[in-house]
Design a protein around this ligand. Structure first.
Ligand code: SF4
Length: 373
């Protein structure tokens, strides 16, 4: 790797801190968002990424299952949720969800990623049966299910505490939680983009409880709408603080806002530079997060590939049938084959490592799939 260079003199002290593995402050993070020297920011993020993971780049073979798009929340950021009787609203019967889980892909899937709308009528038992039924039919598949927002809603509807809700879901077979619904924690922004969702503190508290119960989770941040740099920094700092406390986050996934078909469709889409910078800043600020993911569905496979040189060490998975961002105008394919992901990573000069949800290496032969434990 060439030596660090920058034409922004403010970055020199900052580089010293990164190389000495000193923790960055909120004002350091703001500078990272504001400097014009994106390549210098990328160099530093890549340095951290390579010292943590070398060339290793993780992906998995997963399938998304969205059991319902019926949702009471009507977030302005969303093109997926529908009112119960609106055109396009759907709710899978349990058998239908099991068929979806089993359908249409030849490689053996190691993860089901299960998220959906906040349905006003589906009983808690539906979700317990969904999870237990999937576990029974696919015992080898890791169930990464329900965002903090869904957990809080299920608890409210079932009149249970968050702890009891998580405990019952875990007993039914939930293995870990995804990172969605975090959006931007700042109240000012939440009021504009998702004012019916739990607030930032409730999201963090739900994650804290899940981690204390031994359930790992991811964390996301939706950027590129009405938030400003301070809001992004505040979001990252809150996640870093909670991670210091619980160590329960595996991966941070910055999500670019897709405005099409949402009430915020007048907003422009993010640009490649914004996406790349967000990956790099995340890697530098979240020094206690093991992984930073460039979610190819969201940022396109080409930008995700570049992000592997700007701090990202994970590119997500084969996905299969992504609905949420495609309803919002994403033009990426709805899934990618394992071989294509491997090629993408290899051509970025990185080493593809198939992982399971908990980042244990997966080995495949023609007849078997083994997870290293
Ligand atoms: S973002 Fe989630 S909670 Fe908000 S409307 Fe869409 S599906 Fe519902």
């Amino acid at each position: 790797m060439h030596a660090f260079q920058t034409d922004d003199s403010r970055l020199h002290t900052f580089a010293y801190k990164v190389l000495a593995r000193e923790r960055l402050t909120a004002s350091d993070a703001l500078l990272l968002y504001r400097t014009g020297d994106i390549l210098a920011v990328g160099w530093l993020a890549n340095h951290v990424r390579e010292s943590m993971h070398g060339d290793k780049t993780y992906f998995n073979v997963n399938r998304h299952i969205n059991p319902t798009n019926v949702c009471v929340a009507a977030c302005r950021l969303c093109a997926f949720g529908r009112k119960k009787d609106a055109p396009g609203a759907y709710t899978m019967a349990l058998e239908e969800a099991f068929e979806t889980a089993a359908s249409g892909y030849s490689d053996v899937v190691t993860e089901f990623h299960i998220v959906g709308g906040l349905h006003p009528d589906l009983p808690f038992q539906y979700f317990l049966d969904l999870i237990a039924g999937l576990k029974e039919r696919f015992p080898q598949v890791h169930l990464k299910a329900f965002t903090m927002v869904e957990i809080a809603y299920l608890a409210r509807r079932a009149k249970l505490s968050t702890e009891d809700t998580l405990r019952q879901l875990k007993a039914a077979g939930v293995d870990s939680l995804p990172g969605g619904g975090a959006e931007i924690f700042a109240d000012r922004v939440r009021h504009i983009i998702c004012d019916h969702k739990i607030d930032g503190d409730q999201w963090l508290e739900t994650a804290r409880l899940a981690h204390q119960m031994g359930l790992k989770s991811n964390a996301t941040m939706l950027y590129g709408h009405v938030e400003n740099d301070e809001d992004r920094v505040d979001h990252l700092m809150k996640l870093r603080n909670l991670q210091d406390e619980t160590g329960g986050f595996q991966t941070f996934i910055p999500l670019a806002f897709h405005p099409d078909n949402t009430p915020l469709q007048h907003l422009p889409k993010t640009t490649g530079m914004t996406d790349i910078r967000q990956i790099a800043v995340s890697r530098l600020v979240l020094d206690n997060f093991p992984h930073i993911k460039a979610y190819w569905q969201m940022m396109t496979a080409k930008i995700a590939q570049i992000a592997l040189r700007f701090g990202a060490d994970d590119i997500d998975g084969t996905v299969i049938e992504e609905k949420i961002y495609h309803d919002a105008g994403a033009t990426t394919p709805q899934g990618m084959r394992r071989e294509e992901l491997i090629r993408l990573i290899g051509e970025a000069g990185r080493e593809p490592i198939e992982r399971d949800t908990l980042y244990r290496p997966v080995t495949r032969t023609e007849t078997s799939v083994t997870v290293a434990v």
